[in-house]
Write a protein that binds this ligand. Structure first.
Ligand SMILES: [Zn+2]
Length: 103
């Protein structure tokens, strides 16, 4: 059933990477760098048993070394999509769940 996040923010943060591997983490740094982390790839890279919260804590910007200012879980990745916006206005479909930072 499309269109529904697997839970609220607290539930998602406590989920394992494995259990959310069909989704994508979207991290935006204060320096403007924006990176997508497909959880499928993170799980395949040995992080399957890690919680999403633990994974987010480890994220660092490759540009400036800061932790991301905003992190969201996306139903769909960036394929064919422009840069993600957090108000959902630029997304044709799929939900966006903010995990870190303001809406
Ligand atoms: Zn940065």
């Amino acid at each position: 059933m499309p269109g529904q996040p697997p839970g609220d923010r607290a539930v998602i943060l406590a989920c394992s990477v494995r259990s959310l591997r069909q989704y994508v983490l979207d991290a935006e740094c204060a320096c403007g760098r924006c990176v997508h982390y497909p959880l499928q790839l993170m799980a395949a890279g040995g992080l399957a048993g890690m919680t999403v919260a633990s994974l987010i804590v480890q994220l660092r910007c490759k540009n400036c070394g800061q932790r991301p200012a905003r992190v969201a879980l996306l139903e769909y990745g960036s394929a064919g999509m422009p840069r993600t916006t957090y108000d959902g206005s630029a997304r044709a479909s799929g939900w966006v769940m903010m995990l870190v930072g303001e809406e």
